[in-house]
Design a protein around this ligand. Structure first.
Ligand code: ARG
Length: 457
């Protein structure tokens, strides 16, 4: 198709259906991948004697010029040309004439868009994982710097048992490690080279798909051309990883919001991440954490959206698939921006050590330790539990924390209590939890070491 013909073809469609089919505003951001893919495809066509090496040089030179035009903002975008592929191809016609028509040999936009998107997803996974690792490092630093702070650990949002703040923080390190794995999985899925599937059936030309894969850093080739042009599972995987990640961010945000409230008063977020109220001068609203919590809605929505697009879609390529990019780009943008700012926010957190500790002391969080104490004195756990529970009730009734109980207070509940019961405190409680994965300082410090080693790999 000559340049004029191709324009006419697209224009006719465009006039009929208006802006509805245009995807340029979205897929324009794939231009670098599109040009890189086209250049390697051109080299391959020449290697295989499908085009001459002279034609190859002309096409590649043209593509390079186009790349510069786009980068320098002088490219004449034409939305009536529908998408990024047609814009570049049409411009190539303008620049080098009919030779441009040879570029699209043995290729279709159906495998081309798959290639571009796979390249985008691969880079996105690498970038996001680097950012997640930076955030993890910040968390590990914070954990290490606060490794002597004890806080009440919660279950059911009730104070349960004393734990190290560092242990609590490292729970987020673990969550983010799983996210890194998920983005790695999405990378592996995207890392399969689709070009050469053409429209859906493959091509009669003697192409060399291995060459293209190797030059574009793909590990494997897609094996079924029909599946290739209709597969968007790798985007689902990316959107799933993004959704789990943003869910973790949302949970973390929620805790930071609670902890910075007057009710908890555990932390203070730096001014940069809070805003005042126009009417209440005392307010410091944790806006950034709130917005991060809220962003989970759209990211999870993007996953559901693509599922809904794919569900019931017959083979092979259908134009519905063009709708994949809205959510893909939106989730990517959201995840990247949240990650960059979240990292800064965590770095700027002020921890109120005394408030963590006094909350742990005031609470009934030693009740389990009292029960375990009686077990060590020979009582069975159920009976020990019942005595510890009476002590808790009593402590509540007289508003006296267990940490302030005397030996006689204890003895009134069981003759098994001796002087050494007074050694039970939040510190001994924490340090007794030496089971692997437990909150004892020695465990937590060795987890910090392991985490640092992993992050440096
Ligand atoms: N803009 C399209 C997409 O994103 C590119 C492929 C178009 N293929 C076609 N036969 N119209 O899926």
């Amino acid at each position: 198709m000559t340049e004029n013909n191709s324009k006419k073809f697209i224009k006719r469609l465009s006039d009929e259906v208006g802006d509805f089919t245009v995807s340029l505003d979205l897929d324009v951001r794939l231009y670098e991948y599109d040009i890189r893919g086209s250049k390697v495809h051109t080299e391959m066509l020449s290697n295989q004697n499908i085009i001459t090496s002279e034609e190859k040089s002309i096409i590649i030179k043209g593509l390079d010029q186009i790349l510069l035009e786009i980068k320098s903002d002088s490219f004449p975008w034409d939305p009536t040309l529908e998408d990024i592929h047609m814009n570049i191809e049409s411009r190539l016609h303008e620049k080098i004439g009919t030779v441009a028509g040879k570029l699209h040999t043995a290729r279709s936009r159906n495998d081309q868009i798959s290639l571009d998107t796979r390249m985008f997803v691969k880079d996105a996974c690498i970038e996001i994982n680097n950012l997640i690792k930076k955030l993890q490092k910040t968390i590990v630093d914070l954990a290490e710097n606060s490794s002597n702070i004890i806080m009440p650990g919660y279950t059911h949002m009730q104070r349960a048992q004393p734990v190290l703040l560092a242990h609590h923080l490292l729970a987020y390190y673990e969550m983010f490690s799983r996210d890194v794995e998920k983005f790695n999985n999405a990378f592996v899925e995207a890392d399969i080279m689709p070009l050469g599937s053409a429209a859906l059936a493959g091509t009669p030309h003697p192409i060399d798909r291995e060459y293209v894969a190797q030059k574009l850093n793909f590990s494997r080739l897609t094996a079924n051309s029909i599946d290739t042009v209709s597969d968007r599972d790798f985007i689902l995987s990316f959107l799933f990883a993004s959704s789990v990640f943003i869910t973790h961010i949302s949970r973390f945000s929620e805790e930071l919001i609670l902890w910075s409230s007057s009710e908890f008063n555990f932390i203070q977020l730096s001014d940069e991440f809070t805003t005042g109220s126009s009417i209440m001068p005392q307010k410091r609203n944790p806006d950034f954490a709130e917005i991060s919590r809220g962003k989970s809605g759209r990211v999870i929505g993007n996953l559901i959206s693509l599922f809904t697009i794919l569900k019931g879609l017959p083979l092979s390529y259908n134009r519905d698939l063009q709708e994949d990019k809205t959510g893909l780009f939106d989730s990517y943008d959201t995840v990247v921006s949240v990650l960059k700012i979240f990292n800064k926010m965590i770095k700027g957190i002020h921890l109120k050590a005394e408030n963590f500790t006094s909350a742990a002391m005031e609470s009934l969080s030693l009740a389990t330790d009292i029960a375990d104490y009686l077990v060590n004195k020979g009582l069975d756990f159920r009976e020990s539990y019942s005595i510890a529970s009476s002590i808790s009730d009593h402590s509540l009734a007289i508003s006296k924390p267990i940490s302030k109980f005397s030996v006689d207070d204890y003895k009134s509940f069981s003759p098994l209590f001796e002087e050494d019961v007074l050694q039970i405190n939040i510190r001994t409680s924490v340090e007794s939890r030496i089971s692997f994965g437990g909150t004892a300082t020695q465990n937590v410090l060795s987890q910090i070491k392991i985490a640092r080693k992993k992050l440096n790999e």
